[in-house]
Design a protein around this ligand. Structure first.
Ligand SMILES: [Zn+2]
Length: 422
């Protein structure tokens, strides 16, 4: 719905004004990082970059990408923060932990202020009572918790597991918002129905932020259509990036206080709109742990076209895969999740697996399909699938194979590289 914003001035800022707003924030942030984060200062010094060299988002190309592995290495050498901490500890109210372990200082007020507009856009409102069903050691929970409370809603930190009790809590406290995994929400609803309850009548749930590496679209549709929930997905990292859905339910808006570049992972060069590359974030609310050009390892593309919702921030596509999963086929980069997305448009196909081989020094792409019903017109189906693959992935399938029911594993990788390079 147009006109429904948490912070209209910020969210609907005209393009030219937004560019200058972000450039000014970037200059301040780089200066702050250089002065207060010894690790970031060393990183810039090593690259021969002085803060005054970074005047605008385009100048970021001069800087190297910083990866999670660099942070973990620095933190192991110099625990806990590896020289990245840029605030006095009495200004840090929580520490999030991610794999490694690595440690991320969290400032509830800064994160809350930065993320509240996103949660508002996803349908959360003042007065909501929201269950957060993830473990509280992670930034995903802490960031969401801060945002929900900042926008005037109440959090119940239920954590993971115990479906029965979660169901009781949701009913008794008249929970209106859910933040957690889609499968878990479905289990809670099933549990309620097993006990003879009517989820739509006996519960007050209205809004759900579904977080998982990949949300099954069939589950999302079920929650939206059968249970009338407003569902959204978001993208976030421990390092502070956030991109979120709006009411247009299409691409994800980049938060207003951050820059997301899409770059060539090998060179760090910025890509243009619609070009696939690695998401690289510089987030201005993370002043306690300022990272410049954090490379996420996730692949996406962006658009700066206006969104029907009225927000003017850059939008990125849902993650297309990981940088390390990209396979070059016939000279074209093919992303496993792109193939998966194309196949998901064909309800006739239950499972699939693409593979690449290289007989006689030429790449051959094979697509194995397992069909719901073997009696469909296979020629017509393969023609449509091949056209869709070519439109999206810019590469042609050379061979189609039909697998008997139950022979492709549910865990099968969407794209396997079987080429031998000896
Ligand atoms: Zn929008």
């Amino acid at each position: 719905m147009k006109g429904d914003f948490y912070n209209p001035a910020l969210e609907t800022m005209p393009a030219a004004e937004r560019a200058e707003f972000l450039n000014a924030k970037l200059r301040r942030f780089v200066g702050h990082a250089y002065r207060h984060s010894p690790a970031m200062k060393a990183w810039l010094d090593k690259a021969g970059v002085r803060p005054e060299h970074v005047r605008a988002v385009n100048d970021l190309e001069r800087l190297p990408l910083i990866r999670r592995g660099d942070i973990i290495k620095a933190q192991q050498a110099q625990p806990p923060f590896g020289g990245f901490l840029a605030a006095p500890m009495n200004k840090v109210d929580r520490i999030a932990i991610s794999a490694g372990p690595s440690y991320f200082p969290h400032q509830s007020s800064a994160w809350g202020k930065a993320f509240a507009p996103a949660y508002y856009a996803m349908g959360f409102r003042p007065g909501d009572v929201v269950v957060v069903t993830f473990s509280y050691q992670y930034m995903a929970s802490l960031g969401g918790d801060s945002a929900i409370r900042t926008l005037g809603a109440t959090v119940i930190a239920t954590g993971t597991g115990n479906t029965e009790q979660q169901m009781q809590i949701m009913r008794q406290t008249r929970v209106t918002g859910f933040y957690g995994g889609p499968g878990f929400l479905v289990n809670i609803i099933k549990k309620a129905e097993e006990q003879g309850l009517d989820f739509k009548r006996d519960f007050s749930l209205r809004t759900a932020l579904l977080a998982a590496e990949m949300v099954p679209q069939a589950t999302r549709k079920l929650l939206e259509q059968d249970y009338g929930l407003i569902c959204s997905e978001a993208y976030g990292t421990s390092e502070g990036q956030l991109a979120y859905e709006c009411s247009a339910h299409n691409m994800l808006h980049v938060g207003d206080t951050q820059v997301i570049e899409i770059v060539d992972p090998a060179t760090g060069k910025q890509k243009g709109p619609g070009e696939i590359g690695e998401m690289v974030g510089t987030t201005f609310h993370t002043t306690a742990f300022p990272l410049i050009r954090f490379a996420t390892g996730d692949l996406s593309f962006y658009t700066d076209e206006p969104c029907p919702c009225g927000r003017t921030s850059r939008r990125v596509a849902r993650i297309l895969g990981r940088v390390e999963d990209v396979t070059k086929v016939k000279g074209v980069f093919v992303y496993p999740r792109q193939v998966a997305e194309v196949i998901s448009r064909f309800p006739e196909v239950v499972r699939f697996q693409a593979s690449v081989t290289r007989p006689e020094h030429k790449d051959v792409m094979t697509l194995k399909l397992e069909l719901k019903d073997g009696s469909v017109d296979k020629d017509k189906l393969t023609e449509s699938v091949n056209q869709a693959i070519q439109d999206t992935c810019r590469v042609r399938v050379d061979r189609f194979q039909f697998a008997p029911a139950g022979t492709i594993s549910e865990q099968a990788k969407p794209l396997v590289d079987e080429r031998k390079w000896d």
